[in-house]
Design a protein around this ligand. Structure first.
Ligand code: HEC
Length: 101
């Protein structure tokens, strides 16, 4: 976990979006989002009540800005996550990395 936090701090300092952001964001998603969302790249099944991250990523018109706005407010019965902006940006980088090329 420690090296992931280090990577997050370094990414924040350099201010660049990189593949590392997505790796850190994956850990964020597994900690904070996986209770409800399928956060791995596997296809969602018909019984999923909550859209999986891969499904969200492949919706037309999904952008990092749109996701950032969405995630600036609580959704569903999401507990107050108190995620930092860096956590959110990394989670978004991870989510969008699931987009089919
Ligand atoms: C308590 C359960 C819960 C948790 C935890 C949760 N979500 Fe959600 N999320 C939902 C539900 C239910 C929906 C669909 C209904 C809605 O949009 O409110 C949703 C919808 C979304 C959407 C919009 C999908 C669309 O329809 O366009 C995004 C993006 C999203 N979640 C991201 C996240 C991220 C990132 C995290 C972790 C930081 C997270 N969620 C944590 C339950 C949850």
């Amino acid at each position: 976990m420690r090296h992931l936090l280090m990577a997050a701090a370094m990414a924040a300092l350099s201010g660049t979006a990189s593949a590392q952001d997505a790796a850190v964001g994956r850990a964020v998603a597994q900690t904070w989002c996986a209770n409800c969302h399928t956060v791995e790249a596997r296809p969602a099944t018909a019984v999923d009540q909550v859209p999986g991250f891969a499904v969200i990523a492949n919706r037309p018109g999904v952008t990092a800005d749109g996701l950032r706005t969405f995630l600036s407010m609580p959704h569903a019965r999401m507990p107050d996550l108190s995620l930092s902006r860096t956590d959110i940006d990394n989670a978004i980088a991870y989510l969008l990395s699931l987009r089919a090329k």
